[in-house]
Design a protein around this ligand. Structure first.
Ligand SMILES: Cc1cc2nc3c(=O)[nH]c(=O)nc-3n(C[C@H](O)[C@H](O)[C@H](O)COP(=O)(O)O)c2cc1C
Length: 326
């Protein structure tokens, strides 16, 4: 069964399921596995460090799939910003036609991307940012609710409210992001007005995800109670899986209150991703993880996961919902 929506049409994909950019997870192996299974896989641009490495990663991904895949560009507040012009150039020269932007307003980069025929989906945690994305010419929005792994923003509006509010206001299509795990999520997302779903955390617990086994085990073991919000005093809130480093960090936040600066917590967050994702040092620092960890009970292949989601969605419609209306 296939579900056709404005999102599947826009991106030329079989299933309305996107794998959001994930630092030190979104390598070619991850993106290709999702795209080969009929979803939209996304390489995480900044993880590559330099535009030249991103160009190589795009070429590597192309060897693994002939289906569409995208690149995530996250615009972070940074003292020394990454080489964004170089990354955009690598994306365009690499023939990428889909870019997921996140973080700061991507307006500056849109003319160049559009001219190269690139479709842009911007990740937003509020209706007002989604409307802004629409106004500046983004093709679609990924609406990230409070449940999401990573940066949920500062409004704390969960998807049961955020998605229908986005549907009330937006003209461009959007996908539901944050807390999505299975066929129930997909059917709920479509019911609330989204035209597909974006998953982060769930895709990490798959056979192909190029991360240490300890990370996958931690996700299967975690419940919906095991995430924490960090860096709220810095207005850079991140939802992470709890661990020793996160508890240390939260203790510092409590102790220092308004006086907290990034330097105080750098040991718990700066440069920790390779240690966790590559080497499986699970207490090395805070790493993004959604509440959806509570819905992750196994480590299937990406294709098994996507086929299962589509099968569950159809069963919900035909076996559960339709008879209720009879
Ligand atoms: C480990 C991890 C790393 C992430 N890194 C990024 C990133 O670099 N850029 C970005 O835009 N989003 C990032 N995200 C957010 C995801 O793309 C996605 O929006 C989010 O995970 C959706 O919520 P979910 O985890 O509940 O599915 C990350 C998420 C996780 C779990």
């Amino acid at each position: 069964m296939a579900i056709k929506t404005r999102i599947t049409e826009l991106f030329g994909i079989e299933h309305p399921i996107i794998q959001g950019g994930m630092h030190y997870v979104g390598f070619a192996e991850m993106a290709a596995a999702v795209s080969n299974a009929g979803g939209l896989g996304i390489i995480t641009g900044l993880t590559q460090g330099t535009p030249a490495n991103l160009a190589k990663e795009i070429a590597r991904c192309r060897e693994m799939t002939d289906k569409p895949f995208g690149v995530n560009l996250t615009f972070l507040p940074a003292v020394t910003p990454p080489d964004y012009p170089g990354f955009v150039d690598a994306i365009i020269k690499g023939g990428i036609k889909i870019v997921e932007t996140a973080g700061n307003n991507p307006q500056k980069w849109l003319p160049g991307l559009k001219e190269a025929g690139v479709k842009v989906i911007h990740k937003c945690t509020s209706v007002r940012h989604s409307l802004k994305a629409e106004a500046i010419g983004c093709d679609a929005v990924s609406v990230d609710g409070f449940e999401c792994g990573g940066h949920p923003g500062e409004d704390d509006v969960p998807n049961f409210i955020l998605l229908p509010r986005a549907a009330e206001e937006l003209k461009i299509p959007f996908v539901a992001s944050g807390g999505m795990a299975d066929g129930r999520s997909l059917m709920a997302a479509l019911s609330l007005g989204a035209e597909g779903m974006n998953m982060g955390t769930r895709f990490i617990a798959t056979k192909e995800a190029p991360v240490h086994e300890n990370v996958k085990k931690a996700l299967v073991a975690a419940s919906e109670l095991d995430t924490r919000l960090i860096m709220r005093p810095l207005r850079n809130t991140e939802r992470v899986l709890n661990n020793d480093a996160v508890e240390r960090l939260i203790a510092k936040e409590k102790e220092l209150g308004d006086k907290l600066s990034f330097a105080d917590i750098a040991a718990e967050v700066a440069g920790v991703y390779p240690r966790i994702m590559k080497h499986g040092e699970m207490d090395a620092g805070g790493w993004s993880c959604g509440m959806v960890a509570g819905l992750i009970h196994d480590v299937p292949t990406v294709k098994e996961l996507i086929d299962r989601i589509m099968g569950e969605a159809e069963a919900i419609l035909r076996k559960r919902l339709t008879p209720m209306f009879a």
